[in-house]
Write a protein that binds this ligand. Structure first.
Ligand code: DON
Length: 323
C-alpha cells in the first residue's frame, strides 16, 4: 500500500513551528493579573481553509482568552443589529496610530478613532448593551460560537481579574459618557466588555472564526451563516487598517492580511475567500501583539504568497492547486 505523503502546508507549519518555538522574545501581559499566569512557552498555530480543511502545529488545544480579538466580531454584530449609520455616528473608521488603551477621541466629533482600540470597542459594546441589557453577552457568545463552530464559554477568573482592575477602561467609559458617545450608564456596558474579552478560545477556534470570515461569513464546517456579506466586508476593512494597533501600517506592508491581536497572545488573520489563520503564543511585543504570532503570519504570508497585493507571488493559484 502507498504511504500517504504529508501535505506541504502541514510540512511548512511543522517547520515554522519548530523554528519559532525557540524564539523567546517578548513578555506575557501582566496588567490584567490573571493573564500573568499564562505559560510563556505555549505556542500553537492553526490554518483552516474556506472549505474547512485544517492544518495545525503545537498547542492548538490550549485555551486562552480572546481579549481584543473579540472587537471586530462585536463590531460586526453591532453593524447588523443597529445599522451602519447609527454605529458610524458613535465610532470612526480611522487608524489612531496610538496604543490600544490610549485615552483620546477624534477632534470635533468626539468619537473614538475606530472599533479596535479600547474606547471604540467599549462604545460598540455599550450600544449593544443599551438595546439588550445584561442579555448582550448571551448574544455575543451565541454569535462567536457560530463563528467558531462550537460552543464557547467565559473564563470566570480572567473576567473577575479584569473587572477588579480595569480602572483605565472605566476612565475611558466615563470619558465617553461625558461626551455623550455612549448611551445610558457605563458599568453595565463595561461588565459585558470584560466578559466578551474573557471568552475562552484556542488557536483552532481562531482559525475557524477567521475561516468563517474568509468563507463569506459562513462557518466552513457547520455551514451556519454567522455574518452577512456586507458585514464581512466592513469587519475585514477595519481589521486591515486598525487590527494590529500602532503596528497596523507595518503589518499591512509586511504581512498584508486583515488581522487582529489580543493581549492573551492570540492573533487572527484572514485571506479573503481562501483561509483563516489562528495563532497562540503569550509573549507580547511593545505594541501588545504576540511576537511569535506576528512572525509566523509574516512567514506564511511570504512563503504561501498570501499578501493581498503580492501580484508577483503565486498566491491564490498556488493554494487552489494544493488545497
Ligand atoms: O481592555 C483590555 O485592556 C483587554 N481586555 C483587551 C486588550 C487587548 O487585548 C489589546 N490587545 N492587544
Amino acid at each position: 500500500m502507498e504511504t500517504p505523503t504529508t501535505h506541504e502546508v502541514q510540512v511548512l507549519l511543522d517547520r515554522l513551528h519548530a523554528e519559532y518555538v525557540t524564539h523567546a522574545s517578548g513578555e506575557v501581559a501582566t496588567y490584567i493579573p490573571e493573564l500573568a499566569r499564562a505559560d510563556p512557552d505555549r505556542f500553537g498555530v492553526s490554518l483552516a481553509t474556506s472549505e474547512g480543511r485544517l492544518f495545525e502545529a503545537g498547542h492548538c488545544d490550549a485555551p486562552f482568552t480572546i481579549q481584543s480579538i473579540s472587537k471586530p466580531f462585536t463590531y460586526g454584530i453591532a453593524l447588523e443589529e443597529l445599522g451602519r449609520e447609527l454605529v458610524a455616528r458613535h465610532v470612526g473608521v480611522e487608524p489612531s496610530g496610538d496604543a490600544f488603551n490610549s485615552i483620546e477621541l477624534q477632534t470635533g466629533s468626539n468619537r473614538p478613532f475606530n472599533p479596535m482600540v479600547n474606547s471604540g470597542a467599549i462604545t460598540v459594546t455599550a450600544l449593544l448593551h443599551h438595546v439588550h441589557g445584561a442579555r448582550t453577552i448571551d448574544f455575543i457568545l451565541d454569535r462567536f460560537s457560530a463563528l467558531a463552530g462550537r460552543r464557547l464559554a467565559i473564563d470566570p477568573d480572567v473576567y473577575e481579574s479584569e473587572r477588579r482592575t480595569g480602572h483605565r477602561n472605566r476612565a475611558i467609559a466615563h470619558l465617553l459618557l461625558n461626551f455623550g458617545m455612549v448611551p445610558g450608564e457605563a458599568e453595565g456596558a463595561l461588565d459585558v466588555y470584560f466578559r466578551q474579552c474573557a471568552i475562552t478560545v484556542t488557536s483552532r477556534d481562531l482559525a475557524m472564526m477567521a475561516a468563517t470570515l474568509s468563507n463569506m461569513g459562513r462557518n466552513p464546517i457547520t455551514g451556519e451563516a454567522a455574518f452577512e456579506l456586507s458585514t464581512v466586508k466592513d469587519v475585514l476593512s477595519i481589521m486591515f487598517t486598525c487590527g494590529m494597533y500602532d503596528y497596523s501600517g507595518q503589518w499591512a506592508y509586511r504581512v498584508g492580511m486583515p488581522a487582529k491581536s489580543g493581549v492573551a497572545g492570540g492573533v487572527i488573520a484572514v485571506v479573503n475567500r481562501q483561509l483563516g489563520i489562528g495563532t497562540y503564543s503569550p509573549r507580547l511585543d511593545p505594541y501588545g501583539n504576540s511576537c511569535r504570532g506576528v512572525e509566523i503570519c509574516a512567514e506564511l504570508s511570504s512563503r504561501l504568497g498570501l499578501h493581498v497585493f503580492d501580484c508577483l507571488n503565486v498566491g491564490s493559484s498556488y493554494l487552489e492547486a494544493i488545497l
